[in-house]
Structure formats: structure tokens, C-alpha cells
Ligand binder design. Structure first.
Ligand code: CS2
Ligand code: MG
Length: 413
């Protein structure tokens, strides 16, 4: 059999998603996530204008060959747009292969290594009282791990802290769109002060441990905002609060920055949500500078590339912590869950549930039970896009915020 058609769907049920649909000559359909937050149309064009026609007539079973053809073939390599496009093709082909086999994808990846996938939820609040309520709500739902983000006195809205009230946390959406859907929307701008953050955060962790005890896994995202020496000092200072991980403490592209953090602290480190290739991790993994790999399947070349990356990490005792925010579509999330269930070096999975409209557009077979997800037993990835439902939600330009220091200097985030 061969690939007969490859089409790109763009829908916006509350946020934008780009999905690749591959149809084979015998009518089997595979889906792949190609969503790149704030740059969605670039990946859609890459796929529709430069990849779709190359897929027609190819043997859909030759996944590795197609991956290499799309990666090495065009001469230009890596980058989030290219790797998201390759990821979408890769996911769709694995979806097709598993559907043909009549098995959920995790079976083709070696079968289940565990009963369920431990996930962490996102708790945030402008102050500790609101954060505490948000954490308590997750604990009540059975979550055993929670990422905690909170406001910093003297600063306004900061990234990672939901501006809405606790209780509506599932609608937390950092990419801002114009209220009237206007295409003139520009990124909002936030103000940041690392000194204020560094003096405020340790007390928050102390309160959480006091209120929730030692069992709860606590995660925290630094969002690339610290310098190496600031991160080293912070990671050392928060050791007594036993974080599960400190994520993205320094800017992502500077791999050797984490040498300094490692020299000073035993707080576990996670990084990688803005990475798109195994080469972004070469120093980090071989020098054991991190504990968790944070890539998204969608942004790192798909299931084929993630499996290799995670196997490489396994040799160095490093585990997975696959990126799973709402800007990863349910298709990308399912791909992560099949890998999570199958690999041996699973660490934890991020889980930010999608809103109801998104789950009307994408029908999913994964299930949540008391802090654990399972990809389900439906053949393939277990997610189908309802194109009719999707057509009701038009693409709406939306951007992530820009971060500036209090004096106006553009800063990392
Ligand atoms: C965050 C994300 O999930 C995370 O850890 O850092 O919300 C991230 O900022 C977004 O995915 C950006 O698109
Ligand atoms: Mg993050």
C-alpha cells in the first residue's frame, strides 16, 4: 500500500492546533500533531507546501526511511518548524502502522512497562493562599505530583501563573489572542525581577512542605529566567524542600550552563521543552548534567526520534519528563503516553487537560485515574480528529507573552 493523500488541518477550539492527516490507498487514516505555539502557520505551510506532495506514493510502512528522507533530504536540518513537521508525519505513520496491526501503539514499542503513567498537574496562584487551594484541588483528585508556580510580590502577571481564579485552572492558556479575534494582535509584555523571585520562592516551598507533607512530588519551572550562578545558588538553597525537579533554570541553548548548577546542588534538573533534536542534549546527557528530558514528541521529530533520544538518555540513568502543555494537541499527548507506557526509563508525564471544545474536536481514548494516565487499547494512537467539528473553529492569531526586566530590557523566559 502507499500514501494517497496528506492534508493539513488548522483548528482553534480555544487555542490553535495544526494536525496532519495521512490517508493510505486502502483508506487507513493516520494523524500527526504539528502544533508550534505562536508559529502555527509556518509549520502548516512547511507541511502543505513542501512535504505533502513528497509523501504521495511512498510506502506508509517505511517510517524510518521516511524520517531520514525528510531530515537529511532537504539539506537544512533541525529547527522547531522542520522538526514539528517531521514529527507530524512520523506520528501519522506510526498511527497507521498500529491501526494496521490492530494494536495500540505502545504494543509496537515493546509493550507496557508499567500499569499507568504518573502525571503532574499545574497548580498556580497569584499568592500562596491561592496556590495552596490549587494544590489541594489536585491532591483531592488523586494527583501525586504537582508543578507549583506563584506570583512574586512587586511584580504583576508573570508567566506560568494563571491569571484566572483557582478552579478554572483547566482553561489556563498563556498564548494571548485579541478579544475580537483581530489579526493585529501582538504579544503581551510581562515584567520580571530575578532578585525578587529568588528571595520569595524558597519560603513558598517551605510552606508547601509544611502544609502538604513529604509525600507530594513538587515540581517547579524556572522558565529559563536565571543566570547560571543565580540558578546554582537557588538550586542549592531549595535542596531541603526535596523538589522532584527544577525545570529550565537557565536559558535552554547554553548546555554548559548546567555544569555550574550541578557543581553546587543535588536538586534534580529537567530541561528541553524548546529543544528539537538529540544534539541539543549531547553535552547534557553524556556529562549527566540533567535528570529528566523535557522534549515534546511534537517538537522533537516524533516517536521515532523521541524513542532514540530516550534510549540514549537511559544509558546515562536519565529519565523522561515529556512536555505535555495544552499547546500539544491530544494527538501529540497520545504519542507521549504510548512512549511513557513502553519505555523503561520513564520519569513522569506533564498533564494539562485540554478544554471541552478541544475534546469535542479530538476524540481521545486515553483515560485518567487518580494521578495516572493510560493511552487506552484502541488500535493506533487512539485519537481521531472530527474534521466537521474542527471546521467550526477558525485559526485565530495568538502569541505567547514577551518578558522584560523591570528596567525594560528584553529577558529570557
Ligand atoms: C511550560 C509550557 O509546560 C511547561 O512546562 O513551560 O507552558 C510552555 O511555556 C508552553 O508550552 C509554551 O508554548
Ligand atoms: Mg516548562
Amino acid at each position: 500500500m502507499t500514501i494517497e493523500l496528506a492534508t493539513v488541518n488548522i483548528t482553534s477550539p480555544g487555542r490553535n492546533f495544526v494536525t496532519l492527516k495521512i490517508t493510505t490507498s486502502d483508506g487507513i487514516v493516520g494523524w500527526g500533531d504539528a502544533t508550534l505555539n505562536g508559529r502555527e502557520l509556518a509549520v502548516a505551510s512547511y507541511l502543505a507546501d513542501h512535504v505533502a506532495s513528497m509523501l504521495i506514493g511512498r510506502d506508509e510502512d517505511r517510517i524510518e526511511d521516511t524520517w531520514q528522507y525528510l531530515y537529511r533530504g532537504p539539506y537544512w536540518r533541525r529547527g522547531p518548524v522542520t522538526m514539528a513537521a517531521i514529527a507530524a508525519v512520523d506520528m501519522a505513520l506510526w498511527d497507521i502502522k498500529a491501526k494496521k496491526a490492530g494494536m495500540p501503539l505502545y504494543q509496537l514499542l515493546g509493550g507496557a512497562s508499567r500499569e499507568g503513567v504518573r502525571v503532574y498537574g499545574h497548580a498556580s496562584g497569584p499568592d500562596y493562599a491561592a496556590l495552596k487551594d490549587a494544590i489541594a484541588a489536585y491532591v483531592d483528585e488523586g494527583f501525586t505530583a504537582v508543578r507549583v508556580q506563584t506570583g512574586v510580590p512587586g511584580l504583576g502577571q508573570i508567566y506560568g501563573v494563571a491569571s484566572s481564579k483557582p478552579g478554572v485552572r483547566y482553561d489556563y492558556e498563556p498564548a494571548h489572542r485579541a478579544a475580537d479575534g483581530s489579526s493585529a494582535v501582538r504579544p503581551t509584555e510581562e515584567r520580571w525581577d530575578t532578585r525578587a523571585y529568588l528571595s520569595h520562592m524558597p519560603g513558598i516551598f517551605a510552606s508547601i512542605r509544611e502544609d502538604f507533607g513529604t509525600d507530594l512530588r513538587i515540581l517547579h519551572d524556572g522558565h529559563h529566567r536565571m543566570s547560571p550562578i543565580e540558578a546554582a545558588r537557588f538550586a542549592k538553597e531549595i535542596e531541603p524542600y526535596d523538589l522532584f525537579w527544577l525545570e529550565d533554570c537557565t536559558p535552554g541553548e547554553d548546555q554548559t550552563a548546567l555544569r555550574l548548577v550541578r557543581q553546587h546542588s543535588t536538586t534534580p534538573l529537567a530541561i528541553g521543552e524548546i529543544f528539537n533534536s538529540v544534539y541539543d542534549y549531547q553535552t547534557l546527557i553524556t556529562e549527566r548534567l540533567i535528570d529528566y528530558v523535557r522534549s515534546a514528541v511534537t517538537h522533537t521529530g516524533g516517536i521515532t526520534a523521541m524513542k532514540k533520544l530516550l534510549d540514549f538518555a537511559a544509558i546515562y540513568g536519565i529519565k523522561s519528563g515529556i512536555h505535555g502543555p495544552t499547546d500539544i494537541s491530544p494527538v501529540g499527548m497520545a504519542a507521549a503516553l504510548h512512549l511513557d507506557l513502553a519505555i523503561h526509563n520513564f520519569g513522569i508525564q506533564e498533564y494539562m487537560p485540554h478544554n471541552e471544545r478541544t475534546l469535542e474536536v479530538f476524540q481521545t481514548s486515553f483515560t485518567f485515574d487518580r494521578g495516572f494516565l493510560h493511552p487506552g487499547e484502541t488500535p493506533g494512537l487512539g485519537v481521531e480528529l472530527d474534521e466537521q467539528a474542527a471546521s467550526a473553529f477558525e485559526y485565530t492569531k495568538a502569541y505567547l507573552p514577551v518578558n522584560r526586566l523591570t528596567d525594560g530590557t528584553v529577558h529570557d523566559w
